[in-house]
Design a protein around this ligand. Structure first.
Ligand SMILES: CC(=O)[C@@H](O)[C@H](O)COP(=O)(O)O
Ligand SMILES: NCC(=O)COP(=O)(O)O
Length: 251
């Protein structure tokens, strides 16, 4: 078992896609619990799930079984993502994970594809943020890379923001990469200046992760699932997690 080094940036493995494959048969394999355990043993600092209302991948049982697993890993973090106006708060109240990430997804959305509009939803979010925090759960808001929106995230009581990194991933390797990365760097700095912790995630992978973190040193956690699980199909969970940890170390 690898004890995670005190890295600048934590790796939280999102196991949604293990559950997606599992759900295509009634055989219970691939095991979500086994995937999480192997990733933790390899040094991942956390596990992330996004139990969507349609249960397309992570189901209620998964959330609770992973919570029980995480009890055996007190130095690692459990992060539950979702829309607090839909089903997320029932999990926050029941499980009290280390962190919850509020994501403004619609019920039938293909995947997460935007951050919060706090001018529209900030006041509705405020009491739910306060409730989660009163339960001892850190609250992160899923946000687009807009430096001017970070102070508002702090003002509604969030502990952290998670920068939605798909626009960076889409620009990676193109002439727009530097320009887009600059917007993320400015957003990360603005978030830190506002007193927020900074997470990041969506479509990060072994190619784009190191340059992203090198440009955004304030980022303290990345949650990665789709590309990491795809890599694990080829390399196995242990080697894959070690490869992602090395990408973080190289930043
Ligand atoms: C919020 C985010 O960007 C991802 O964590 C999200 O969990 C992806 O959801 P799917 O795995 O359902 O695409
Ligand atoms: N919050 C991002 C996450 O948990 C995983 O996103 P992805 O790596 O599956 O795109």
């Amino acid at each position: 078992m690898t004890t995670p080094s005190p890295q600048r940036c934590a790796l939280s493995v999102n196991v949604n896609k293990v559950a997606l494959v599992r759900n295509t048969r009634h055989l219970g394999i691939p095991s979500v619990l086994r995937a999480a355990e192997l990733c933790l043993k390899a040094g991942a600092q956390g596990i992330t799930v996004h139990p969507r209302p349609d249960a397309r991948h992570i189901r209620t049982d998964d959330v609770h079984q992973l919570a029980a697993l995480m009890q055996a890993w007190p130095d690692r973090e459990y992060n539950i993502e979702g829309n607090p106006f839909q089903n997320l708060m029932e999990f926050v109240r029941a499980v009290r994970p280390a962190q919850c990430t509020f994501v403004p997804d619609g019920e039938d959305q293909f995947t997460s594809d935007h951050g919060w509009d706090l001018a529209k939803d900030g006041e509705r979010l405020r009491p739910l943020i306060a409730e989660a925090r009163s339960l001892g759960v850190r609250v992160s808001l899923f946000m687009d890379p807009e430096p001017g929106a970070m102070a508002a995230a702090r003002a509604v009581g969030a502990d952290r923001v998670e920068l939605y990194t798909e626009p960076y991933a889409a620009a990676f390797g193109s002439p727009r990469q530097a320009e887009v990365l600059q917007a993320f760097a400015q957003s990360a700095r603005a978030a830190a200046a506002a007193g927020l912790g900074v997470n990041a995630g969506h479509d990060l992978n072994r190619d784009n992760l190191t340059p992203f973190l090198a440009a955004c040193p304030a980022v303290q956690e990345v949650s990665i699932g789709h590309a990491l699980v795809a890599d694990a199909l080829e390399l196995g969970y242990s080697e894959t997690v070690r490869a992602y940890l090395a990408c973080i170390e190289a930043a």
